[in-house]
Ligand binder design. Structure first.
Ligand code: FES
Length: 150
């Protein structure tokens, strides 16, 4: 069983707050495949192959530009980003760089790849190569209380 670390940031804040959330065993065959997720972490539950994020426990997503990242047991990290104030104003992406798979890191309102310098917008669009394609989106649905991935 592996640990999951849930990280929250808010737009404009350079610091990154990491909260240990307990055990989470996820195994994703594809970036959009959450079918084999198994053990929930605090503020995140798993049901029917989907991850449900409790917005009351993930306050960073209350503000546009807020980000919550979730480290998966297969080494990948995914992010949920608040993109607008609309009930469904969220985006979720796999943070594996589309150039060669290295995990990108948030820098201000962009994601930067430490390997070769590719840069992506917060929702995942390519700003600078060598990556040529956007970060992989993960389908989601949202209500006023939860964001469900997968
Ligand atoms: S792996 Fe990200 S730019 Fe090469």
């Amino acid at each position: 069983m592996l640990e999951a670390v849930q990280n929250e940031t808010e737009s404009g804040l350079p610091s990154r707050r990491a909260v240990l959330c307990g055990a989470l065993a996820l195994s994703l065959g594809l970036a959009t495949d959450l079918a084999s997720a198994s053990v929930p972490a605090s503020g995140i539950s798993q049901s029917g192959g989907k991850l449900k994020i409790d917005l009351a426990k993930n306050k960073a997503l209350a503000k546009v530009g807020g980000v919550v990242t979730i480290d998966l047991s297969d080494g990948r990290t995914i992010a949920v980003i608040r993109t607008s104030k609309a009930v469904n104003g969220y985006n979720s992406i796999d943070l594996s760089c589309t150039h060669n798979g290295v995990t990108v890191m948030q820098q201000g309102s962009n994601w930067i790849c430490p390997a070769h310098g590719s840069e992506f917008t917060l929702p995942g669009k390519v700003v600078r190569g060598p990556a040529r394609t956007a970060l992989t989106k993960i389908p989601l649905t949202a209500t006023a209380k939860t964001v469900t991935l997968g």
